[in-house]
Write a protein that binds this ligand. Structure first.
Ligand code: ZN
Length: 230
């Protein structure tokens, strides 16, 4: 998980830390009250990738407080045993706009390519003799005569209006609230919230974790602002 996010020169230290961790977790007084030890070990790669507590909590089905405590203990162990690596994690948190921009571009390219594709091997028999039918990215296979939707593996077949997805992603990248999305794209706020959930999930699934976190952070900031401004 940290491989995609942490700069290469720290991978060795990260690996060393993860190898040391089982021993540290059982002997360090810092970990005494945090059982099970295996959970700490599972969370560590997320800490190394500077993932927010909310994300760690969701991944491991923990309360935000339990996630924060464990994340903090791992950070303290880092300070003690791999201070340079810890500094690298802190640097990650300062958000690296270049990397976010790169991921945003890559994600949008991936999605628009997926949406505009006219050639897709059959999901059932892998034949290339398929044709695209209609706007919703359905394909019919001429070999086995079945229809399939390549968006299904990303669960995107559950979202409508694919012509609005890219403009929606742009708004997501700017941290716009569902209300603003509703005003500008005409989709209702419940749908906007659903789209947001799906696309953030897909970003993480596709390895664009930094991008997904960036969107979440911006969104939180915007909500706070709109609340303050009434
Ligand atoms: Zn087929």
């Amino acid at each position: 998980m940290y491989h995609a996010i942490l700069p290469n020169q720290y991978h060795h230290a990260a690996q060393r830390f993860l190898q040391q961790l089982p021993e540290l977790a059982t002997t360090s007084p810092l970990c005494r009250r945090l059982k099970p030890v295996s959970l700490l070990i599972d969370i560590a790669p997320f800490t190394l990738a500077a993932q927010p507590h909310s994300f760690i909590a969701a991944q491991f089905d923990l309360s935000p407080r339990a996630a924060r405590r464990r994340d903090n203990v791992i950070r303290q162990l880092l300070v003690l045993h791999e201070p340079d690596l810890y500094q690298a994690v802190l640097n990650l948190e300062q958000a690296t706009p270049d990397e976010v921009t790169r991921q945003a571009f890559a994600f949008k390219s991936w999605l628009s390519e997926l949406l505009s594709t006219s050639v897709m091997p059959c999901a059932y028999c892998a034949s290339l003799n398929t044709v695209r039918i209609g706007q919703r990215l359905n394909f019919r296979c001429k070999a086995c005569r079945r229809t399939f939707n390549p968006l299904k593996i990303y669960q995107l077949d559950k979202l409508s209006h694919c012509e609005l997805w890219l403009p929606f992603i742009d708004m997501l990248l700017q941290g716009e609230t569902c209300k603003t999305v509703n005003r500008q794209l005409g989709i209702n706020t419940a749908t906007a919230a659903k789209w947001q959930r799906y696309f953030l999930w897909i970003m993480s699934q596709q390895g664009f974790t930094l991008l997904a976190n960036h969107c979440r952070t911006l969104r939180r900031r915007h909500y706070r602002q709109t609340r303050v401004n009434g």
